[in-house]
Ligand binder design. Structure first.
Ligand SMILES: Nc1ncnc2c1ncn2[C@@H]1O[C@H](COP(=O)(O)OP(=O)(O)OP(=O)(O)O)[C@@H](O)[C@H]1O
Length: 491
């Protein structure tokens, strides 16, 4: 009896019947030539249809061997997440789009999965088929995974178990895949590179309570499938990241993508030739992705177009104003209404689990319609570095949890404005020796003290200017009221 059949005899009635079946299959696979084999297999399958066991087979390739069956990949991933320690023969392969080596059971191996008290058996099979193509004389390997179970579990397996396997398997595939960073090039196509950004929420410097709030929001979003379906909303969420340059807006996007395991689509609006191209690009984005428009305030004259009333547009065009003001004239440009449609028009609901992120240095410049809640659901301010943020950077860059200079630094962060980008730069080890931390921290203290002194000087200068202006205004008022009095007297 084959090794696999031997194994099955140890697992009760299901095991022994599967053992016999597998034994028959192994004999057929091994000892019968190709043509005869398929004839006999057909015959055996028909006989086995009368037994109490049900078999569901999932083939590795569907159609004409052209496409790998997603269901097969998901089941394979699910099974590889189960213990593989009992197998003597395993196959190792790189996951699709991934650097990770995935171990799965090799052909003729099998395993029992327990689900809701039922024992369900997965069997891996492999058959060789002669390749008759004139280009190759090799043999095709046809792999399949077969689920064997007692017929009393039929409903449970088809209605619950298989969905469970698919869900878990797809989640593993998503976790293991290599994520991509897409950007749109001219002519409306996305091109991509592998997304390999090291940013995580652990190494982002910001107020810990704010960070926690963002993480919780993302977690709720990721689990929101049923919630969004229940409230009748498309499964997407808009984030507006705003703050001065160098406060970590781009870093935050990478951290979000890493945390959620999403791809990033970095949309360069100025390269988009009109609203219909924008829609086409949107439709080509995948689920589980972050669609980013950086520096939205600089991207296009979005606010101006919407603010111009219709009659003014007409007057302007009569005057020969060269500004494109009608939709016909701006066919090759994205308009604000086009962008609003992109965010929450009917087409935007075609995908699911998508985050739309805008960044800006000047939130106040944006059209309120663009960033109202519902479009940009969460407004996140990334601001100057606080002491808590500094501690994260000190840990990242210098591996410091504490230092005697922290005491001096703490009040300085409350009194000055410095971006995390500037702090990070100063904390880069310079000489790679033991004193590095001390040198970096002292440099930082000097820089903060200088900023503090500069800020004080500037405030004094502003105050002096203000008082001079006030004095000037008062003098002017005085002289004009004197003049008025003299006029009254002479009258
Ligand atoms: N909050 C932060 N936490 C950790 N590192 C940061 C943070 N902010 C900035 N940095 C560092 O500074 C560099 C520049 O930051 P980033 O590009 O994310 O800023 P930004 O706000 O997007 O700037 P801009 O508005 O100019 O695009 C990053 O590579 C990162 O190393």
């Amino acid at each position: 009896m084959s090794r696999m059949a031997e194994m099955w005899t140890g697992v009760g009635p299901l095991g022994s019947s599967i053992a016999s079946i597998m034994f028959i299959y192994t004999l057929i696979e091994r000892y019968f030539p190709n043509r005869l084999r398929s004839y006999i297999l057909n015959y055996v399958n028909r006989i086995l249809a009368f037994t109490t066991n049900i078999r569901i087979t999932v083939h590795e390739y569907t159609g004409d061997h052209l496409q790998r069956n997603v269901a097969y990949s998901a089941i394979e991933a699910y099974l590889s997440s189960k213990s593989t320690k009992d197998f003597k023969r395993l196959t190792a392969q790189l996951g699709r789009n991934s650097k990770k080596l995935v171990l799965t059971m090799d052909a003729d191996e099998s395993m029992i999965d327990e689900f809701r008290g039922a024992k369900l058996c997965w069997v891996a099979t492999k058959t060789l088929r002669e390749n008759k193509s004139s280009y190759s004389s090799s043999a095709d390997v046809k792999r399949a995974l077969t689920l064997v179970f007692h017929q009393r579990y039929r409903d449970m397996v088809t209605e619950v178990y298989l969905n469970h396997v698919m869900e878990k398997g797809m989640a593993i595939l998503t976790r293991n895949r290599q994520r991509k960073l897409y950007t749109n090039c001219r002519y409306g196509y996305w091109s991509h590179v592998v997304l390999d950004h090291p940013a995580t929420f652990d190494n982002i410097a910001m107020d810990p309570s704010k960070k926690k709030e963002i993480i919780e929001d993302l977690v709720a979003f990721g689990k929101g499938k049923q919630y969004y379906a229940k409230v009748g909303k498309a499964w997407k969420r808009g984030y507006l990241l705003y703050g001065p340059p160098g406060t970590g807006k781009s870093t935050m996007i990478a951290a979000i993508a890493n945390f959620m395991n999403y791809d990033i689509y970095d949309l360069e609006l100025t390269a988009v030739q009109g609203n219909s191209e924008l829609r086409k690009l949107l439709l080509e984005t995948s689920n589980k992705s972050v669609i980013v428009i950086e520096d939205i305030d600089c991207s296009l004259g979005l606010t101006r177009k919407r603010d111009i009333p219709k009659d003014k547009e007409e007057k302007d065009s009569k005057k020969g104003d060269k500004q494109p003001t009608t939709d016909q004239n701006v066919d090759n440009r994205v308009t604000l209404s086009g962008l609003l449609n992109f965010i929450d028009g009917l087409w935007s609901t075609c995908g699911r689990e998508r985050l739309i992120v805008f960044t800006t240095n000047y939130k106040e410049k944006l059209d309120p319609a663009l960033i109202r809640r519902g479009r940009m659901d969460k407004h996140i301010e990334l601001s100057y570095c606080c002491f808590e943020g500094f501690k994260i950077l000190a840990k990242n860059y210098l591996n410091l949890d504490s230092h005697h200079l922290f005491e001096t630094l703490c009040p300085l962060f409350n009194e000055t404005q410095i971006t995390p980008a500037d702090v990070a730069e100063m904390l880069m080890p310079k000489a790679n020796d033991e004193d590095d931390a001390e040198i970096c921290l002292k440099d930082l203290i000097r820089a903060l003290e200088k900023r503090k002194a500069d800020a004080r000087l500037k405030a004094e200068e502003d105050a002096r200017e203000k008082s001079l202006t006030k004095e000037g205004e008062a003098k002017q008022n005085e002289s004009s009221s004197n003049g008025a009095n003299e006029e009254d007297k002479s009258n």
